[in-house]
Ligand binder design. Structure first.
Ligand SMILES: [Zn+2]
Length: 139
C-alpha cells in the first residue's frame, strides 16, 4: 500500500494515536491477546465507568435530599423574621475581625423573604447557633 493511501485512511488519527496502536499491538502479540479479547476488555471498562457514574449520581442525589430534609427541619425550628415572618437562615461572616469587621462578628441571621433585607449579626460561631436551633422542639 502506498503512503498516500495510508495517509488518507488514517488522517483523522494523530501521530500519537498511531504510535499507541503500534505499542498496544506489540504488547497484545507478545501476551497472546486477540482483538476480540481487547473488545471484551473495553466493554468491561465502559461498564465500570457507567457503574461508577451511576453510583456517584445516586450519592449526589442522596446528599441533596438530605440537605433539603435538614433545611425543612431547620425552617420548623428557626426564629421568624421580625419584619415579615419568614424563617431566618444563618450564614458565616468570612471577614476576620479587623477594619472590614470591627465588631468581630462570626455569623449572620438573614431572612429568606423575597424582598426582605433583614439581617442580624452575631459573634457566636455558626455551628453553635445551628445546633442550638436544631435541638429545639418542634411546635
Ligand atoms: Zn423578613
Amino acid at each position: 500500500m502506498d503512503i498516500e493511501d495510508i495517509e488518507g485512511a488514517l488522517q483523522v488519527f494523530s501521530r500519537k494515536d498511531l504510535q499507541t496502536v503500534v505499542t498496544v499491538k506489540t504488547v497484545m502479540d507478545r501476551e497472546g491477546i486477540s482483538f476480540k479479547d481487547l473488545e471484551d476488555y473495553l466493554k468491561v471498562l465502559t461498564r465500570r465507568i457507567k457503574d461508577y457514574n451511576r453510583k456517584q449520581a445516586k450519592a449526589y442525589k442522596k446528599r441533596v435530599e438530605e440537605f433539603e430534609r435538614q433545611k425543612e427541619e431547620w425552617k420548623k425550628r428557626t426564629d421568624r423574621c421580625p419584619v415579615c415572618g419568614e424563617p431566618l437562615m444563618l450564614t458565616r461572616v468570612r471577614a476576620p475581625k479587623g477594619s472590614g469587621n470591627v465588631h468581630g462578628y462570626r455569623s449572620v441571621w438573614y431572612c429568606i423573604g423575597e424582598s426582605c433585607t433583614y439581617e442580624k449579626y452575631s459573634k457566636a460561631i455558626l455551628e453553635d447557633l445551628y445546633h442550638e436551633v436544631m435541638k429545639r422542639e418542634v411546635e
